[in-house]
Write a protein that binds this ligand. Structure first.
Ligand code: MRU
Length: 372
């Protein structure tokens, strides 16, 4: 994606060996700041404290984190012990997005193929780059497949009418290495000259929609409107939403979708109003082990201050935080929910669009199902 005319990925290796560069997403949309990460501890905090966030971006950052772990291990007495400890540290940072574990496991498997620390280090660097490149390529392909879906809906509308797409949270460029998952079809449609307008859910408590998705869409010149989280049902009843596209942090091989808290309610409203509800994901976001998403996907619970407080830009130009709830009121902060497969119209993947059903997913990704 372009920011002020320059193309950026969300995570990339610095020129100096052992430096990983990220965009500090906590500062957006008020400041665009690049941060250098120089150790596994710094990578782990960046993931845990949400300097980087979103399934693909977390995965790619963890992939580079494992490269830093290999650098550390290559000068330690026991390479394998350091590597294992660092892998566990990274996996523990955030529980729901499966790309994190997937990237760490992929690094461990790749390094296990070679014998010497020097070789392992080379493999870790190449694998980190491959994870990032594949993520960007998968999101680009998701955009192409999703474009056809939007094109069909547009052809069925009166001439010149825009397609209204509702999205929840940020499954955009920032949440991946490039392009995004839910936003990739939107960017592709916009580039193809199809008029699109995006309803952006603000996405309390951390406001990834209001702060990040709205900023991204603005950078790309895509018309959009930010709405409070509870507006979607009303819009759908009034015929103001043609399509919902969300991302996902983990999708089971049976099609259950974990995504940012509030997604399930949007899926229920979409079903009640016969609005197509699609979920966009690269195959790295599938969980090939868990069958029942509601019972099996771990749901991250975050600090209550994200609910009790709100951050924003003060007219002084400083970012500031204010309290919303009375002192003494308890808060609960469930970060994700699970939308059962039966409410999902389809999954937009890098290989094409399939039903959110075990059989269709197995046809699309036979080798993954076979290796379960
Ligand atoms: O807590 P976050 O911001 O890391 O949550 C992840 C998300 O951005 C969303 O759930 C997103 O829709 C799916 S991740 C591509």
């Amino acid at each position: 994606m372009h920011v002020n005319g320059t193309h950026y990925r969300t995570v990339w290796p610095g020129e100096e060996p052992g430096v990983i560069r990220i965009i500090d997403q906590r500062k957006l949309p008020f400041a665009f700041e690049i941060e250098d990460l120089r150790s596994v501890d710094e990578v782990a905090s960046a993931i845990r404290d949400m300097h980087v966030r979103g399934a693909g971006c977390i995965g790619a950052t963890a992939g580079y984190g494992m490269y830093l772990a290999a650098m550390e291990a290559s000068v330690a007495d026991d390479f394998e012990a350091v590597l294992r400890r660092r892998a566990e540290q990274l996996i523990a940072t955030r529980p729901t997005a499966v790309n994190l574990r997937w990237a760490v496991d992929r690094q461990l498997a790749a390094m296990a193929e070679v014998e010497w620390p020097g070789e392992k280090l080379d493999v870790a660097e190449a694998t980190a780059r491959a994870i990032a490149d594949e993520d960007a390529a998968a999101c680009r392909a998701i955009g192409e497949h999703g474009l056809e879906l939007i094109r069909k809906l547009h052809e069925a509308k009166p001439d010149g009418e825009p397609i209204h797409i509702l999205t929840h949270c940020n499954a955009g460029w920032l949440a991946f290495v490039d392009h995004g998952s839910a936003t990739a079809p939107i960017y592709a449609a916009h580039a193809a000259g199809i008029p699109v307008h995006v309803w952006v859910d603000e996405t309390r408590p951390r406001n990834q929609g209001a702060r990040l998705t709205a900023w991204e869409l603005g950078q790309e010149g895509v018309p959009h409107t930010v709405v409070a989280d509870n507006v979607g049902g009303h819009l759908m009843q009034r015929g103001l939403v043609d399509l919902v596209i969300t991302g996902t942090d983990r999708t089971t091989w049976t099609g259950d979708v974990a995504n940012k808290i509030g997604t399930y309610l949007k899926a229920l409203a979409a079903r009640d109003n016969e609005v197509p509800f699609y979920v966009a994901l690269p195959s790295s976001t599938f969980d090939w082990e868990i069958e029942d998403g509601v019972a099996g996907i771990p749901i991250e619970e975050r600090g209550g201050e994200e609910v009790s407080h709100l951050a924003g830009l003060h007219e002084s130009g400083e970012e500031t935080e204010v309290r919303l709830v009375p002192e003494g009121s308890r808060t609960a902060n469930y970060a994700f929910d699970v939308t059962p497969a039966r409410l999902v119209s389809g999954l937009i993947t890098e290989r094409g669009i399939c039903k959110a059903h075990r059989d269709s997913i197995a046809v699309m990704f036979p080798e993954c199902v076979a290796s379960r």
